[in-house]
Design a protein around this ligand. Sequence first.
Ligand code: GLP
Length: 259
Amino acid sequence: MPSFPPHLKRFSSSTTLAGQLALHLEGHLRRWLTQGAGDKGPRPLGLATGRTMEPVYAALVSRLRLWNEADLKRLRSLWCSFNLDEYVGLLPDHQGSYRHYMRERLGDPLQLPVEALQLPDGSAHDTAAAARSYAAALQRRGGVGLQLLGLGSNGHVGFNEPPSDRDRSCHAVTLSPSTRLQNAVMFGGDPAAVPERAITLGLAEILAAEEIHLVVTGPAKAAILARLLRLEGPDPSLPASWLLDHPNVCLWGDAASLA
Ligand code: GLP
């Protein structure tokens, strides 16, 4: 009997999954509006990129576009999200950058203020300083409220490549050949065109989130997901397994990934 995760949501298809997750996200954002901002505002959303999230953001945009203009205006004024990671060495408007991804899929369709969607500064010369300042900015906002995570085919979350420490904070990382291969599709199919380095939130920031939603879809993730579900405790060689240490994790899987 697998000990992970405490909450498993299984769907027949990635489309159904995306619709239900968008519904959950919409409910979370509704509470931003009704609960009031407090001193620091609501705790930020922690956002992920990658192909897994594309249908989720599309479904969320469709739902939020049904809100009345006053609520949307208020949502725009409250919006605060911190992405997990960004490539090093790409200009922000590079098609493969995660900043570009977020603007195209969420920022522009919802007319969110550009500065409300935060990502690590991958164009910074001093990547260690950029990582420190990103972690500090997130800390000033109280840490992540709701965290979305995808799963790398080598078990990474964000760009926390195996082996990963639980206590590691935001840092610059050298990407593994398998990760560059996995993400080559965003770079014309050429793994060599994928940047060699990235800045990522660490497991320390991820595990400090109030609630975590790990989203895994498609047959290509079935093997790594099966390995994750067989574990009974965290294993640094599978970074996502540190989620076993978190009290409020939900795994969203489709039939193909959970096969
Ligand atoms: C990428 C990103 C993650 C993403 C994960 C899964 O490398 N760093 O943020 O969630 O790996 O990617 P995909 O959804 O494309 O499979």
